[in-house]
Design a binder for this molecule. Sequence first.
Ligand SMILES: C[S@@+](CC[C@H](N)C(=O)[O-])C[C@H]1O[C@@H](n2cnc3c(N)ncnc32)[C@H](O)[C@@H]1O
Length: 274
Amino acid sequence: MNEATNERLQNEVEFHASVAHREREALMKTPEDLVERYRTCKRWRTHYPECVVRLLTLQKPQNICDFGCGSGEMACRLGLLGYRVTGIDVSPDLIKVARARAVLEGVTERVQFIVADAAAAPLIDGTFDVVLAMSVVHHMPAEEAFDALERLLRPGGRIAFLEPVAYSRTLQWMRNRTPVEKDVSPDERQLNAEEIRLLGKRFVIEEMYHFHLLARLRRLLPEALSGLGERVLSHLDHALLQIPGFSHFAGVVAILARKRDCSSSPHRVSLAAT
Ligand SMILES: C[S@@+](CC[C@H](N)C(=O)[O-])C[C@H]1O[C@@H](n2cnc3c(N)ncnc32)[C@H](O)[C@@H]1O
C-alpha cells in the first residue's frame, strides 16, 4: 500500500471514531414501520433510501455486500428483510457498533461484518450477486472503488449505487463556501460528471435517478417544520427533476449498474436521465 492510500485510510479511521461514538449512543432497534417502508419501497420516486433498496432487491439477491457499511444500519435493515449481507468497513469502531446492532436486531445469522479496506477486502472474487455502494465511493479514488466493486461481483452481478454528486461547478463552489456544518471526512468529495461517466464505461447502467435539488434547503427550516418541509421539498424535487437538464443541479444520484461481460462494449451515459 502506498503512503497516500495509507494516509487516506488513517484519516477515515480517525474521523469515523467520533462518528462511531455518536452512533453507539444512538443505537436502537429499527422501528417496524421503517422496515415495512423498505419492504414495499412505495415512495422510491421521492425518497432515495427507498429507491436504493428497491434497486438493490429487484433481483431478489442471495447474498449482498454492503461496501463501506458504516455502523451497519442498512446491512441490518436488509437482514430484517431476510437478506444475507456482508458489511465491509475500514473503521474498526464503526464495525464494533455494526456488530452490536446486528445482535440488537437479532440478525446475526444472516448479517456479518468485516474490518477491511474495501479495495483490498479478503473475500473471494465474484462472491456477491449485488453490492450496495452507499455514500462510500466519494471517499475513495473512483477507479479504485470500481475495480473493487467489479472484483466482488459475480458475472452479471449488479451494483446499487447511491452517492452525492455535484455536476455543476458553480454549485460545488457555493457548497464549499456556505457556512453550514458539513461533517465530512478530509478526503470526502461529491462525485463529478466525469466519475459518473467512468462508472458508465466500467458497468452497464440499467437505471439512474436524481434527487435533492430544493431538498438542500431543508437544513434552513426550523426543526418543527423539517419533517413536513422534507416531504414537500422531495415531491417538488421529483417534479422539477422531470424537466430536461435539471438533473445537472441534483445533489444525489441512485444508479443500478450491471457488471459487464468481457465481450460487451462501453456504454454511453446521459446525465439527463432521471
Ligand atoms: C458516509 S459513510 C457511509 C456509511 C454507510 N454506507 C451509510 O450510508 O450509512 C462512509 C463510510 O465509508 C467508509 N470507508 C471509507 N473509505 C473506505 C475504504 N477504503 N474501505 C472501506 N470503508 C471505507 C467509512 O469508514 C464510512 O463508514
